[in-house]
Ligand binder design. Structure first.
Ligand code: ATP
Ligand code: MG
Length: 408
């Protein structure tokens, strides 16, 4: 597939080259282009130092994003382009942050600090593809492989363990053997990574098309940052769990997360989500889903209405979707129909919605005053409880019955 940087990126490359510097698009955008995927953003790298870049681009077009790490953002034709100076990372005493970064003159050195071969390619229209680690071949072979020695690379930055899983899951690639052995061996390095970053990578893994395959292959990695799931790790239970995660809609991170935590006690689920620093929305979704799943599904419209009132329509839909994964589509078919019927029947939550009004009751012989109010309220209650349909004929008949009883 061709690599076609858009005009606003080409103009940044040209500008740098015009001033005598090297400039390439690099990383994810090259990988995605070669795969025929539209890149979400285009990163540029250059031998120009941040100071030199400040001299190349007009001040007003520059946002000094991360000068210390050599990154500036250039406004170009209405877009932002990140430009980073070629650099290598110094030593990593905390397995995550380089103690310092050093700017270098050669593209090759910059490529060698990158995590995986498929992420370590650069391109510019004059020199074409620069691929010194066999990234293109690994793309063709659907392989995630570390640049350099996997043990060394994971020790530098433990987050790469989850990045490998995420890219493999996203593209449905295999993780090359040396790299995957190293991932298993070094999984405890994730202990050094902030929980926010772990949670973000977990999210990326779970919403990926190949999430199930990767989770099935690396349970011990999940266990290393989610020790709470250990009890559910015997291989049959794990297989079922992973199957359910894969069956949940791809875009639904919280449903997939709920299946990952399914089987824990409600307290464990809560503690785990708090520890992972989950946002409140995800937390509410996951806990609600896991609380409701074991309960019997509503059978009457009244029960369905109450459930909707309690957790909301979209959560009811999520619940039915999750229940269909647990118990099969047949088991929820009736509830799905009940949900649609319930939503299609206008709810008579207030007197104004009742299909009969005071005037009509007076015509039937109910005297104005407290008696009239009492009959209306009674009708409303019975409609809400689904003992009575909210239809004129039925309401008239029931009113006549109530009037007769009052007279008796
Ligand atoms: P995505 O589409 O998920 O953004 P990406 O490849 O652009 O994928 P980024 O996290 O945006 O990933 O990083 C951009 C590039 O920087 C990567 O392609 C890789 O070359 C390099 N990189 C990012 N994080 C690391 C890391 N932890 N270790 C080594 N190289 C990294
Ligand atoms: Mg990116």
């Amino acid at each position: 597939m061709p690599i076609n940087p858009p005009a606003y990126v080409l103009s940044v490359l040209h500008r740098l080259e015009h001033s005598g510097y090297q400039a390439y698009v690099v990383g994810g955008c090259v990988r995605d282009s070669l795969m025929g995927i539209e890149p979400s953003d285009w990163d540029v790298c250059s031998d120009a130092t941040p100071e030199q870049m400040l001299a190349v681009f007009e001040r007003r077009r520059i946002i000094p994003t991360g000068l210390k790490h050599g990154t500036i953002t250039v406004r170009s034709k209405g877009h932002n382009v990140e430009v980073t100076t070629f650099r290598i990372d110094g030593s990593y005493s905390d397995n995550r942050h380089p103690d310092r970064v050093s700017f270098v003159a050669k593209l090759e050195e910059d490529l060698s600090r990158r995590d995986f071969t498929v992420n370590a390619m650069a391109y510019n229209p004059r020199s074409g593809l620069v691929d010194i680690f066999g990234g293109e071949k690994d793309l063709e072979g659907h392989t995630i492989r570390c640049v350099g020695e996997p043990d060394v690379r994971f020790h530098e930055d433990g987050l790469r363990i989850l990045r490998a899983l995420r890219f493999a899951a996203r593209f449905q690639f295999d993780i090359e053997e040396k790299t995957s052995n190293s991932i298993r061996r070094n999984r405890n390095l994730l202990d050094n990574i902030s929980v926010e970053r772990v949670f973000k990578e977990l999210q990326g893994i779970l919403v990926a098309r190949g999430a199930a395959g990767i989770l099935a292959a690396f349970p011990e990695v999940v266990e290393s940052f989610l020790p709470e799931t250990r009890a559910t790790f015997d291989s049959k239970a794990w297989k079922i769990k992973v199957f359910r995660i894969g069956a949940a809609p791809e875009e639904s991170f919280p449903m997939r997360l709920a299946f990952l935590l399914h089987g824990l006690t409600p307290q464990q689920v809560k503690n785990t989500l708090v520890r992972l620093k989950s946002d409140n929305r995800t937390m509410r979704y996951v806990t609600t889903l896991l609380e409701e799943l074991p309960k019997p599904l509503p059978i009457t419209r009244g029960e369905m209405r109450k459930l909707i009132g309690r957790i909301g329509e979209s959560m009811v839909r999520a619940l039915l979707c999750a229940a269909s994964i647990l118990e099969g589509v047949e088991a929820v078919r009736a509830s799905e129909q009940l949900l649609e019927e319930t939503l299609a029947t206008p709810p008579a939550y207030v007197l104004q919605n009742l299909a009969i009004d005071g005037q009509e009751l007076m015509n039937l012989g109910v005297p104005a005053g407290p008696a009239l109010g009492a009959v209306l309220q009674r009708l409303l209650n019975e409609v809400q409880e689904e003992k009575l349909p909210n239809e004129k004929g039925a309401l008239v008949a029931r009113s006549e019955e109530l009037i007769r009883r009052q007279e008796a």
